[in-house]
Ligand binder design. Sequence first.
Ligand code: HEM
Length: 331
Amino acid sequence: MKASDLIVPIAITQTAAYPGMNRVLGEIEAHNRGIAQRSTELLGDLTGDLLSDVGQTIKSILQGASAIAGGSTYQAPGDLGTDSCGQETCCVWSYVVRELEDAFRDSNGCTSLARGAIRQGFHDAATWNTDASYGGADGSLLLSDELSRTENRGLEEIGAQTRMWYNKYKEHGVGMADLIQTAAVVGIVSCPGGPRIRNFVGRRDDSTAGPTGLLPSPFQSAQSLIELFAAKTFTASDLVALVGAHTASTQKFVEPSRAGAPQDATPGVWDTKFYSETLTSANSTTIVTFPSDRNLATYSQTSGQWKVFAGFSGQSTWAPVSKRVRDFGAV
Ligand code: HEM
């Protein structure tokens, strides 16, 4: 595994050691309040003793500390392109985040670009497991031809948009891997109810296409999904929390005749209706439930956790209270 060149803190994300799986979702935050077993496994150079302050922070998060961002705000010291802005890593990111937010939220909640960004963050990161010597959250999804793989169908719009943002901001030091993961984090908090997760930048870009066969299929059994995610250091409970991202999901290719159908009744909102509606088949005339999600909802090792999220206090267990969307300074 490559060393994790950690990392300048800017705001949000439970980014694991650099090439590893990005624990992009704040749901994991819920580990003390309902998830029976959460992975605390460390990756890459986080397993060593010589850590920067940021490395130490990320290690703590992976071992159970909160990944939720505090209420602090960042005020850019100057306009993009000025010397004063160039001297602070956070400055360019404050401009990036503002542009992302404008694209990710409208009067219905989070937009199709936001849901694409959330999925895109997962698909860049998930081309990795503990046997892989490359891949992961390295930007290769958009720096190589990975996007043309079958499992990445549906990511064309957000992929094209992200490449435009990259071309606009790269001269100011923005990398593709960081941009993809930052967009995922901003996508989540743009959905009403979505947590505001700490983010870190400093990943190394790689234009080598990641290993194949490491992304899940919507037709996979629960057991094989558990094994796929275990190889990325996630427990079965982590997996149940992660697929909750389908609260903000729509599909085109699982049931092509119902292209555009969501996976719960409120795809613009970060709520737990996805869990309850998958379980009960509620709204089945308007939503499409993926076989993989139904498998996880009913399998012995995952159904208990699924029911916790579907239940009365599911929302507070799954998604920590969100703070304000806008992260940087006054607008
Ligand atoms: C069991 C694991 C998973 C499977 C089998 C799976 C599969 C899929 C499929 C088939 C689609 C619809 C693609 C289409 O037809 O357009 C989709 C959409 C989506 N997935 Fe997953 N996924 C999984 C886990 C995740 C995870 C871990 C995340 C995020 C962290 C995620 C986020 C999303 C989002 C946000 C969408 C909606 C994209 C859009 O509406 O444009 N998924 N997923």
